[in-house]
Design a binder for this molecule. Structure first.
Ligand SMILES: Cc1cc2nc3c(=O)[nH]c(=O)nc-3n(C[C@H](O)[C@H](O)[C@H](O)COP(=O)(O)OP(=O)(O)OC[C@H]3O[C@@H](n4cnc5c(N)ncnc54)[C@H](O)[C@@H]3O)c2cc1C
Length: 487
C-alpha cells in the first residue's frame, strides 16, 4: 500500500498545476514542498506590515483558451483576478516613456511614434499572428515534445495546416524576423526588443527562436491581470483544491532522497519517507540530477550551467506614493550596466523592472495609503555572484528609479533586498537561478527538455522543461505532464 498514487516534489506553479489536474482525474496526490509557503517563484510573503511578491508580479494566461484559464476552469477554481488597462510602461534612456498598449493598433501607433514608421506595422502584425498561433497550438498539442511513439502519433494526429505553415519560424531567430522587416538596422528598436525579451524569454533576439520571440514580445497584448492580496492568492486555491480532492500538500518537507523500488518510488524528507507509484519532479533539471545522480550523464548536454543562467536581485519596498500610480508595471532601461555591482550583463546596459501593488488593494499594506513596490534585475552566472554587497547596489538601483520618477527615496517606509543566495533558500533551486532556462537558437522547441524522465513512473515539469518561461509556461508544462501521465 503506497502513501499516494503520485508524489509531486515542489509546490510551484508547475507542480500545483500537475497536482490539480491529477487530483481532478481521481489520482491520490501528495505534494512535498520545502518552503513554509506554496508557490515558489509565484508566491507572496508578509514582512513588517506589507505583503511582498516572492518573484513574479505580472500575470497572463487567464484569458479564455489559455493554459491557466483552462486549468482553473477544468477544476472550477475561483481566483479573484482583475484585468489591468495597460500591461506596462517602458522608460527609455532618453527619458521618454512608452505605453505597451494591449490593443495591437494602439501599440503599433506608439511604436511608430518612437521608432519611426518603417517596418513596425508588418512586424507587429506578424508577431501577433505567430503569438496567437502559439497559444492556440499549446493546448492542442499536449503530447509535445514527443518522447515516445505514442506521443509522436498523438502529435501527428493533432497536426493542423496552421502548424505546418508556422513550422519555418521554429528554424528562425527573432533577429532574423527583425531583418525580414528591415528593423535590424534600427539600434534603438533592437535594444528595446532585447530588453523586452530578457524579461520574457531570458535571452536576446539572436538567440530566441522566432516562435517564442514573437510570443514573448506580444505578452503585453494578452490580458494582464492583478490578483488582490498577491500571487499567494493565486496558488492557495490550487492547494485547497488538491486537498479537497483528498490529496495532501505538505509544507516544510524538503526532499533529500528519491529511490526507485520494484513497484514505484520512495521519496524521503529529513523526517519521513513516503511511497508512490509515480513521482513528478516539479523542480529544475539541475536539482533533479542531484536527487537522481544516475541521470546526470544522460542529461549532461541539456542541463545548463551557471554561466548560461540568471538569478535576480530584488528589492521589496513599502512605499508612500508621491503621486497617483498610473501603471502597476514599469521596465526602466539603463544607460549603464550594473555589472560593477555584480549584477547585470557586462556587454549590455540592461534594465530594472518595478511593479507596484494596486493602490486599491487593501490586503498588501497594513496602513492605508501605502503600497508595495517589488523591484528586480538580472544577476547573471549566479554561482559566481551568490552573495552580493546589497547596500551599494540598492543605492544604485534607487538612484535610477528616482531619475525615472518612480521611487522617491524620502517616501520609502521600509526596504529589504534579496540576492541569489536568498533565492536558493526560498526556492531550493540550484545556485538560486530563477526565470527558467533561457531560450537558445541551437535548441529547437522539440529539443527542449521533455516531461518523461528515462525511469519508469518518473516525470518532470517546471520552467526548465518545455515550454519554459514564466507562469504560463510553467502552468503549461504542468498540464502536459498530467496529460502524458493520464494518457
Ligand atoms: C524575480 C522574478 C520575477 C518574475 N516575474 C515574472 C512575471 O512577472 N510573470 C511571469 O509569468 N513569470 C515571472 N517570473 C517567472 C515565474 O515566476 C517562474 O518561471 C515560475 O513561477 C516557475 O514555476 P516552477 O513551478 O517551474 O518553479 P518554482 O516556482 O521554482 O517552484 C519549484 C518549487 O519546488 C520547491 N522545491 C525545490 N526543491 C525542493 C525539494 N528538494 N523538495 C521539496 N520542494 C522543493 C520550491 O520551494 C518551489 O516552491 C519571475 C521570476 C522571478 C524570480
Amino acid at each position: 500500500m503506497t502513501d499516494a498514487d503520485v508524489i509531486v516534489i515542489g509546490a510551484g506553479m508547475a507542480g500545483l498545476t500537475a497536482a490539480c489536474k491529477l487530483a481532478l482525474a481521481g489520482r491520490k496526490v501528495l505534494v512535498l514542498e520545502q518552503n513554509y509557503l506554496p508557490g515558489g517563484c509565484t508566491s507572496s510573503y508578509w514582512r513588517k506590515g506589507f505583503v511582498f511578491e516572492a518573484g513574479a508580479t505580472t500575470v497572463v494566461g487567464l484569458d479564455e483558451g489559455m493554459p491557466l484559464a483552462k486549468l482553473l476552469k477544468d477544476c472550477q477554481i475561483e481566483v479573484p483576478a482583475q484585468k489591468l488597462p495597460i500591461a506596462m510602461k517602458v522608460h527609455r534612456t532618453d527619458g521618454f516613456v512608452m505605453i505597451r498598449w494591449t490593443d495591437l493598433d494602439d501599440w503599433i501607433s506608439e511604436a511608430e511614434a518612437f521608432f519611426g514608421p518603417a517596418g513596425q506595422a508588418p512586424f507587429w502584425r506578424a508577431c501577433k499572428s505567430i503569438a496567437d498561433f502559439v497559444w492556440t497550438t499549446s493546448l492542442q498539442q499536449l503530447q509535445f515534445p514527443p518522447q515516445t511513439v505514442s506521443d509522436l502519433l498523438a502529435c501527428v494526429r493533432g497536426l493542423t495546416w496552421a502548424q505546418i505553415k508556422h513550422l519555418p519560424f521554429a528554424f528562425k531567430t527573432t533577429d532574423q524576423l527583425l531583418k525580414q522587416y528591415g528593423l535590424d538596422q534600427n539600434p534603438d528598436f533592437v535594444n528595446f526588443v532585447n530588453e523586452q525579451l530578457m524579461i520574457t524569454a531570458q535571452n536576446t533576439a539572436e538567440e530566441v527562436n522566432a516562435l517564442f520571440g514573437a510570443t514573448a514580445l506580444c505578452y503585453t497584448m494578452l490580458g494582464n491581470y492583478y490578483v488582490p492580496g498577491g500571487l499567494l492568492e493565486l496558488v492557495t486555491p490550487m492547494v485547497n483544491y488538491v486537498e479537497r480532492k483528498h490529496g495532501k500538500v505538505l509544507m516544510r518537507h524538503p526532499v533529500k532522497a528519491v529511490t526507485q523500488t520494484t513497484d514505484g518510488w520512495q521519496v524521503s524528507t529529513p523526517k519521513q519517507t513516503f511511497t508512490a507509484k509515480e513521482v513528478i519532479f516539479a523542480i529544475p533539471l539541475n536539482n533533479v540530477v542531484e536527487l537522481l545522480p544516475s541521470l546526470a550523464k544522460r542529461y549532461r548536454s541539456q542541463t545548463m550551467a551557471s554561466p548560461q543562467l540568471a538569478s535576480a536581485f530584488q528589492i521589496g519596498i513599502g512605499y508612500r506614493p508621491n503621486r497617483p500610480i498610473d501603471s502597476l508595471h514599469h521596465q526602466v532601461h539603463l544607460k549603464e550596466s550594473l555589472a560593477a555591482f555584480g549584477v547585470g550583463h557586462p556587454d549590455r546596459p540592461g534594465s530594472i523592472f518595478i511593479s507596484f501593488s494596486h493602490p486599491d488593494d487593501r490586503y498588501r499594506a497594513d496602513e492605508p495609503g501605502l503600497v508595495v513596490a517589488n523591484v528586480s534585475t538580472h544577476v547573471f552566472d549566479p554561482e559566481r555572484h551568490a552573495a552580493l554587497d546589497k547596500g551599494p547596489l540598492v543605492e544604485a538601483i534607487l538612484a535610477r528609479l528616482a531619475a525615472a520618477d518612480l521611487i522617491m527615496p524620502d517616501n520609502i517606509v521600509y526596504l529589504h533586498a534579496s540576492d541569489p543566495a536568498d533565492w536558493a533558500k526560498w526556492t531550493g533551486r540550484k545556485w538560486g537561478f530563477v526565470g527558467g532556462y533561457p531560450q537558445f537558437s541551437r535548441i529547437k522547441p522539440w529539443q527542449m527538455v521533455g516531461h518523461r524522465l528515462p525511469l519508469k513512473g518518473a516525470y518532470l515539469c517546471g520552467d526548465t522543461t518545455y515550454p519554459g518561461q514564466g507562469i504560463p509556461g510553467a502552468c503549461l508544462s504542468g498540464l502536459i505532464v498530467a496529460e502524458k501521465m493520464l494518457g
